[in-house]
Design a protein around this ligand. Structure first.
Ligand code: HEC
Length: 226
């Protein structure tokens, strides 16, 4: 009995030591979490507590801090439960997105579907943390697979629409090519508050990258259309 209690007591002591140690590292003592709203606590933990190194350099030449600052579009689309985007803001978001698109000089000439496939199924690039992605050693991917099911030979995500059979089902009219280019370049052109990234506008994908990914979506020989 005595022995058991001693063990329990020492575990308790060790735990409380750990806890105080843990808290001392992130809590300066000035902050009373219990008095914070959930929003203020989230802001504090992300931006001020030092739990993530916000001064680390990003691949685009800024610091991690700039990644958590919302731009106007993100602010407008950060709606609370029950709130809705008003028509005027929606129209402005879509018009701004459309205006940001730069079109390929040679028109929508489909590129190399094999390279497009590699890009569509790669989530490499722009990640920070312990092993920041080094863009000199590997190409930046397009991350499509994380949200979309794209072909029947691999398993993709379920956040976005199913793209399997894309070219076979939709054909490759000029309008369809233009729509697809625009959606990949800046999807806010059509879907005001989508979670899909603005890969062209944000310089994640080049025009050539997009034309290669489009080839993957449209080419009859690509696994997307098999
Ligand atoms: C973070 C998730 C995410 C990523 C990454 C993503 N998408 Fe999307 N995508 C979506 C969602 C969600 C929609 C549906 C639009 C909406 O309502 O938001 C969508 C819509 C689309 C559409 C238009 C809908 C349709 O079926 O006509 C296409 C085309 C598309 N995505 C292709 C791609 C391609 C190609 C990539 C990679 C370059 C990609 N997406 C990357 C989430 C994503």
């Amino acid at each position: 009995m005595f022995k058991k209690n001693l063990v329990a007591a020492s575990i308790l002591a060790a735990t409380s030591l750990l806890l105080t140690g843990g808290c001392a590292a992130t809590n300066t003592g000035k902050v009373d979490y219990s008095k914070m709203t959930p929003e203020a606590l989230a802001e504090y933990l992300t931006l001020e507590s030092g739990s993530f190194d916000l001064d680390q350099p990003t691949q685009e030449g800024t610091t991690a801090r700039s990644r958590v600052v919302q731009d106007d579009l993100q602010k407008a689309c950060s709606l609370k439960k029950g709130q809705e985007l008003d028509d005027q803001t929606r129209a402005k978001i879509m018009a701004d997105a459309a205006a940001s698109i730069k079109y390929p000089a040679g028109g929508f000439k489909l590129g190399d579907w094999k390279r497009g496939r590699e890009l569509a199924w790669s989530g490499f690039g722009f990640r920070l943390g312990n092993n920041p992605d080094n863009h000199k050693t590997r190409e930046v991917g397009a991350n499509c697979y994380n949200c979309h099911q794209i072909a029947t030979d691999r398993t993709g995500g379920t956040l976005g629409t199913v793209l399997t059979g894309y070219g076979k089902l939709r054909g490759n009219s000029e309008d369809m090519l233009k729509y697809t280019y625009e959606v990949i370049y800046n999807p806010h052109t059509y879907y005001a508050c989508t979670i899909m990234p603005r890969s062209g506008t944000k310089n994640i994908l080049s025009q050539k990258d997009i034309l290669d990914i489009m080839a993957y979506l449209f080419d009859p020989n690509s696994p997307v259309n098999k």
